[in-house]
Design a protein around this ligand. Sequence first.
Ligand code: UT7
Length: 328
Amino acid sequence: MADVRAAILGTGRAYPEGILTNADLERMVETSDEWITSRTGIKERHRASESEYTSMFAVEASRQAIERARIDPIDLGLVICATVSPDQILPSTGCLIQAELGANRAAAFDLAAACSGFLYGLTLADMMIRTGQTRYALVIGAEVLSRYVDFTDRSTCILFGDGAGAAVLGPAEGDRGILSTKIYSDGRYAEQLYSPGGGTRVKPTAETLAQGMHYFKMKGNELFKMAVRSMADVSTEVLNEAGYKPEDVKLFIPHQANQRITDAVASRLNVDSSIVYSNIAYHGNTSSASVPIALDECIEKGKVSEGDLVLLASFGGGVTWGGALIKW
Ligand code: UT7
């Protein structure tokens, strides 16, 4: 089949109503609103209740994306749920979402690339559409990270939030669509951000649970430097590959990990802060959901017009990173 570009046809987002503010965290660990705000830019984050789980937000975000793309769920050939906080180990959250949506002809699976999951999924969906394997694909980033956050560890519990973002991709018209993507990993740095227990290496037992081995452990300082370097480099790479320069970009959506990381990436790339989107103050770091939630907000706010160049970049546990350049 002809090499047709893929475009984002519709997006959606959903998150729990529950909100955890910096003031709430001040009552839980030794921290302050001043420290969290100045070191991360975060003021509050959404937090799921005990009865809410990942696919609930994924399905809601997906329904919006499908409606805006004006397609029928049965026409989806691919459902990718990027997540590191699935509903359960088996079956995949992708299959649970597929069933809820009635996307009965789609291949569905989960993709574990932490905060880069959405960009990994976007890259795979783009390839499937380009090669004619499928016409329409749904890519979701969905997390209930609060289940894996140790609310006695002040270095991590202030950062993470829950939510989902989704995008429907399909064949692009004219010269629009995804111009270039790049995804990378370096597993030598796996222990910079990981949960040591709960899998087959350290099986979940009453003891490992009591020791909190299923919680995320993070070496924030080292990740910070890698995140800045990797997101700036991959952004430059996708721009070069498509023959564009940073000054051509109309909207830059980096993964929302820390406002200081976002500012440092923008400064390395030499892009004006006015084109850099940030919602970290109200969402915190939602891992794979961060980029699609931000993208959906930008569309709603009218920050993207036809023909605009939109740059996406992410970095996360693994470590993984990725970039994409889209002509809207
Ligand atoms: O999603 C992608 C992967 N994740 C990331 O990219 C995260 C990247 N890292 C970060 O965002 C930052 O490293 C953090 C926000 C996690 C930490 O900020 P930092 O400026 O790197 O602080 P730090 O870890 O160097 O800690 C500085 C001080 C320490 O105290 P001492 O040893 O200097 O006395 C920490 O114990 O701040 C202390 N600290 C806190 N103080 C108040 C750490 N967390 C807190 C806290 N409240 N919540």
